[in-house]
Design a protein around this ligand. Structure first.
Ligand code: PMP
Length: 407
């Protein structure tokens, strides 16, 4: 029996369902390994020692290479001094200063651990500031796994969902209608920088829509919150809607912020500083210094090396390579979203049968990507790593063609 299989058998006895949440390999297709043991640069190894070019970057957190020496050194130096102390270290102030310096919409920062902490805190700040209740969110958007936002409703009461009203992404009229439905009681409009819902092609934010929700929030006196947990640090270090000229009141950050060390941040404007100050919002591990040191190093590396440009280059090479391969093998595919946060789907593949088969073949060829969730690129994806990935994807297209026969 493989180590992965034996670990799964043991996990089934001591962990509910063997695994829970989005990392449950049972959700990903039957060829996905559950357990991983090692990572380096743009590569990961599963429990059975199989090596992959990692196009998921641990579902987002890795951004400057697994075990990046500079990030690891910064974290180790802090860890050697102390991590979880009676109060935060100086590094908390340094990190907040770095964010305020880097992000035009940030006059302050609060830290926590997970993206859900930051999105939840954003709503709390907006509610504290406005004295209102409702949040407008896009249908199908993922903002975390707390009762107010988890896509699964098990263990959630109707009351916990009563304060969100849905609109359709990129449809300003639907956002206006949702605001009207709330009848003046909107605390926040919460929006991801592009549409990256699972199982669906991704969609860039329409500039008119982005400007429109900004104007709507201003008109009704609600906070505009960008949930940059998934896209943050990959599209623009200043915030993902900065290139559109749209600045949020609050931004939730996490995932790639510390290259895999656990940290999240909420940043906001001066107008909301007072409200943020009134929150009782804390956690046992929120002030641990190691992840803050890792975040500082990660963001400094991204800034100094123009990490976004590196990811853009890698993503463009991957997208062009995949397009040529798909065409050569006679498949019509759609590649959507920013190249740094890519996804590929097969035309007419509503059940994702082809996508799952192709992703499984990619795994066999040493490329870890995903059939129903967007992928992530990093600054460690050099041309050589992308070319290695493309060798695997080409072989996977060939296998898929063999399985489906000529069209
Ligand atoms: N918002 C978005 C857009 C996300 O992608 C995620 C995580 N996938 C979250 C919030 C929640 O983050 P976390 O899982 O760290 O709580």
């Amino acid at each position: 029996m493989s180590l992965d299989a034996s670990l799964r058998a043991r996990a089934a006895k001591v962990i509910p369902g063997g695994m829970y949440g989005h990392l449950n390999a049972a959700l990903h297709g039957d060829r996905y390994p559950q357990f991983f043991v090692r990572a380096e640069g743009a590569r990961q190894w599963d429990a059975d020692g199989r090596e992959y070019v990692d196009l998921m970057c641990s579902w987002g957190p890795m951004i400057v290479g697994h075990r990046n020496p500079r990030v690891e050194a910064a974290a180790a130096a802090q860890q050697a001094e102390g991590d979880c102390l009676n109060g935060p270290g100086p590094v908390m102030v340094e990190l907040a200063e770095l964010l305020v310096d880097l992000i035009p919409s940030a006059d302050w920062a609060m830290f926590s651990k997970n993206g859900t902490d930051a999105t939840t805190q954003a709503l709390m700040v907006a509610r504290a500031a406005t004295g209102r209740t409702k949040a407008l969110v896009a249908h199908g958007a993922y903002h975390g796994a707390d009762p107010w936002c988890t896509p699964g409703l098990s263990g959630v009461t109707p009351n916990q969902r009563a304060d969100t009203i849905e609109f359709t992404y990129n449809d300003l009229a639907s956002a206006e209608a949702a605001a009207a439905q709330a009848d003046g009681d909107v605390a926040a409009i919460l929006v991801t920088p592009f549409k990256h819902d699972s199982f669906e092609d991704q969609e860039h934010a329409d500039a008119e829509f982005a400007r429109g929700v900004r104007a709507l929030a201003d008109r009704i006196g609600a906070a505009l919150v960008i949930d940059d947990v998934r896209a943050g640090w990959r599209l623009d270090l200043r915030g993902s809607w900065e290139p559109l000229g749209v600045r949020p009141d609050l931004t939730a950050w996490s995932k790639a912020m510390a290259n895999g060390f656990p940290i999240a941040a909420l940043t906001g404007t001066d107008a909301l500083r007072g409200a943020a100050q009134t929150l009782y919002s804390t956690g046992s591990f929120w002030f641990s210094a190691t992840a803050m040191a890792a975040a500082k190093a990660t963001i400094e590396i991204l800034r100094e090396t123009d990490g976004v440009a590196l990811m853009h280059r890698a993503g463009t090479r991957l997208r062009e390579g995949l397009a040529a391969q798909a065409a050569a093998h006679g498949f019509v595919v759609r590649q959507t979203g920013p190249v740094q946060v890519p996804w590929l789907s097969f035309e007419g593949d509503d059940t994702l049968e082809k996508g799952i088969a192709w992703a499984g073949a990619c795994l066999e060829e040493g490329v870890y990507l995903h059939p129903w969730h967007n992928w992530f690129l990093s600054a460690a994806h050099t041309d050589e790593e992308i070319d290695r990935a493309l060798q695997g994807t080409d072989a996977a297209f060939a296998k898929l063609r063999a399985a489906y026969g000529a069209d």
